[in-house]
Design a protein around this ligand. Structure first.
Ligand code: FES
Length: 166
């Protein structure tokens, strides 16, 4: 009397081979995915310490000049262009650089010239907030002044002032 060997179907064998390969591969994927995550996460972000804006001669003393700071930022293996809108003004060689981002919920404020409706100001289009040209709150809902960037004025004043990003 002969014993019969169980016959394993190719479908079952294929499944077992695939499952075994997956069990071996999954633990190896963790470190690989972790490395990719590090490459794209903020932990490896690089951007310049400061970026050029305008020379003093293009920055008004009695108003503000809207300007877009544009620079490259590296995030892991990728590079992207960042743009930040600011308002520049000066008193002599002392330059003020205000973020255009409203401190209420982040809309972009706009310059509004003096008129019979009020003084020149930086007006937020979203909820009616307004700021003076030096960034102080004129009307709520914003509770804080506009954020300021530190500015470095080069000794050669024909060169652009440098805006610190930190
Ligand atoms: S976002 Fe500017 S007032 Fe609300």
């Amino acid at each position: 009397m002969s014993e019969q060997e169980p016959i394993e179907s190719p479908g079952r064998r294929g499944f077992l081979e695939t499952a075994t390969a997956a069990l071996i591969a999954i633990p190896m994927l963790g470190p690989l995915l972790g490395s990719i995550g590090c490459m794209v996460s903020g932990s490896s972000r690089e951007e310049p310490d400061e970026v050029p804006a305008l020379p003093l001669s293009e920055i008004p003393e009695d108003s503000v000049q809207r300007h877009t700071l544009s620079y490259k930022r590296r995030v892991g293996a990728f590079s992207e262009t960042v743009e930040r809108v600011v308002f520049l003004s000066r008193k002599g060689n002392e330059v003020t650089c205000l973020s255009a981002e409203c401190t209420h919920l982040g809309c972009s404020v706009r310059f509004v010239a003096e008129s019979d409706k009020g003084p020149a100001r930086l007006q937020c289009p979203c909820h009616g907030g307004a700021f003076s040209l030096d960034g102080q709150v004129l009307s709520s809902p914003p509770a804080r002044p506009l954020n300021r960037y530190a500015v470095r004025v080069p000794s050669d004043t024909s060169k652009p002032v440098m805006i610190e990003l930190a």
